[in-house]
Design a protein around this ligand. Structure first.
Ligand SMILES: Cc1cc2nc3c(=O)[nH]c(=O)nc-3n(C[C@H](O)[C@H](O)[C@H](O)COP(=O)(O)O)c2cc1C
Length: 172
C-alpha cells in the first residue's frame, strides 16, 4: 500500500535520457502493463507502436513540434485509440471510450516504467495527421500520446500540488 503511494509520488516526467538501449523484453513488459489498464466493456480499444528506428524518432519529434526530448529518446511508444473497435459496440460514445482506454494504458505504462527505473514523458503536443502518416496508422486509429522513454539521467523534484479545496466538492 505504502510502496504504491511512493511510486505515485516519485514518478515525474523525465526529459533527458542516457544513450543506452532499453531491452526489448522490458518494452514488451511495458505494453503488458498498459494492457492491465481498465477499458470500456473490456474491449481494450487501443494500439501501441514501439518506435526505435532513428529516422522515425526524428520524424516524430518534428511532428511533436520539435520537442528535443522526443528526438533524443532511444524509444518512443505511441499509444493510439482504436476508435472503430470501440465504436462498433458503443457508437458515438465509442470515440471517447477508445481515447480513455488508450490514456488509461498510458498511465499504467508511465508508472511501470518508473518502477523499472526508466524515465518517461507523456507527450500530447503533436500534429495528429503527421504522426498518423509517419506511422502509417490504419483508418480510425488515432495517436493519443507519444511516450518518450529511456534510462533516466535526472530525478526532478515534484511540482507543487493544488489545494484540495480548490478542486474537490464533497456532496454528502
Ligand atoms: C495530456 C498531456 C499532454 C502532455 N504533453 C506534453 C508534451 O507535449 N511535452 C512535454 O514535455 N510534456 C507533456 N506532458 C507532461 C506534463 O508537462 C507533466 O505531466 C506535468 O508538467 C506534470 O509533471 P510530472 O509529470 O513530472 O508530474 C503532458 C502531459 C499530459 C497529461
Amino acid at each position: 500500500m505504502m510502496r504504491f503511494l511512493e511510486t505515485l509520488q516519485g514518478r515525474r516526467s523525465i526529459r533527458t535520457y542516457q544513450d543506452r538501449p532499453v531491452p526489448p523484453e522490458l518494452l514488451s513488459s511495458l505494453i503488458q502493463a498498459g494492457e492491465m489498464a481498465p477499458s470500456a466493456g473490456n474491449l481494450r480499444a487501443r494500439r501501441y507502436v514501439i518506435v526505435r528506428k532513428p529516422d522515425l524518432i526524428k520524424a516524430l519529434s518534428l511532428a511533436a513540434y520539435n520537442q528535443k526530448h522526443v528526438e533524443t529518446a532511444p524509444v518512443l511508444i505511441v499509444v493510439c485509440a482504436d476508435e472503430p473497435r470501440s465504436g462498433s459496440r458503443y457508437g458515438d460514445r465509442g470515440s471517447l471510450y477508445s481515447i480513455q482506454d488508450a490514456t488509461a494504458a498510458v498511465m499504467c505504462i508511465l508508472l511501470y516504467a518508473y518502477d523499472m527505473g526508466l524515465g518517461a514523458c507523456w507527450n500530447g503536443a503533436f500534429d495528429d495527421d503527421l504522426c498518423r502518416e509517419i506511422l502509417d496508422l490504419e483508418e480510425g486509429v488515432m495517436p493519443v500520446a507519444i511516450i518518450s522513454l529511456g534510462w533516466s539521467t535526472s530525478r526532478p523534484s515534484p511540482p507543487s500540488g493544488r489545494d484540495l479545496d480548490e478542486i474537490v466538492r464533497w456532496v454528502d
